[in-house]
Design a protein around this ligand. Structure first.
Ligand code: TYD
Length: 208
């Protein structure tokens, strides 16, 4: 995003990794420094996106994997074109919950779609736009699950499958971070939220 003056930060990680908490802490810190901040998310960071989010997250029944990937990509295309790019052009710091790495990690982890193709689709949708920084909140899915659901009951088959899926998502994220170390900051999300926020701030401060 060469012409832009703002800073674009995306947060990635499995469900329950603490992205929302970190986004809020980072927003408060940046605002205290006098920066204009926009908090947004995918899917659902635009009016059209809210409709798409409802389909991908709440439709009862299956969505064909390619259709699902296209829905996330459609949300992304509209969000980047109408929300993110204009904000960056105004000099705003954009803090975004999930971006194309989510598509690569989640849609790729379904084992039906090729991760490189999913990435290519997202890049086409977003006209190649990549964030200045991507914070990966890395957490063992079993820990994340304990956070989301404190009940310590044994797994049934479906839950065990879900657990395997989330392990694949985690591995995909770590591989993405390894492939682009200059864009990614990987943080151990098992730490205390304030300790995580300190690590994130140090890296963001270098971008300001
Ligand atoms: P999110 O709103 O971040 O929910 P959570 O707070 O549970 O992380 O994301 C909703 C779900 O959408 C999440 O399970 C990941 C999934 N997702 C994809 O599968 N592909 C994508 O491209 C994006 C952006 C999200």
């Amino acid at each position: 995003m060469s012409a832009a003056r703002g800073i674009w930060i995306t947060l990635e990680g499995g469900d329950g990794s603490g992205k929302t908490t970190q986004a809020a802490l980072l927003e408060a810190w940046l605002e205290a420094q006098g920066r204009d901040v926009l908090r947004t998310r995918e899917p659902g960071g635009s009016e059209v996106g809210v409709l798409i989010r409802d389909i991908v997250l709440h439709h009862r029944g299956d969505i064909a994997p390619r259709a699902e990937a296209l829905l996330y990509a459609a949300d992304r295309a509209h969000h980047v074109a109408t929300v993110v790019r204009p904000a960056l052009e105004r000099g705003v710091v954009v803090i975004q919950d999930r971006y194309l790495d989510s598509s690569v990690a989640y849609q790729g982890a379904g084992r039906v779609l090729d991760a490189e193709e999913v990435r290519g689709l997202s890049l086409w949708a977003a006209e190649g736009a990549l964030p200045d920084l991507t914070v990966l909140l890395d957490l063992d899915p079993a820990d994340a699950r304990r956070r989301l659901d404190s009940a310590d009951k044994p797994f049934d088959r479906l839950e065990a499958e879900r657990e395997e899926f989330h392990q694949r998502v985690r591995e995909a994220y770590l591989a993405l971070a390894e492939a682009e170390p200059e864009r990614f900051l990987v943080v151990d999300a098992a730490q205390d939220p304030t300790a995580i926020a300190d690590v994130v701030r140090a890296r963001v401060a270098a971008l300001l």
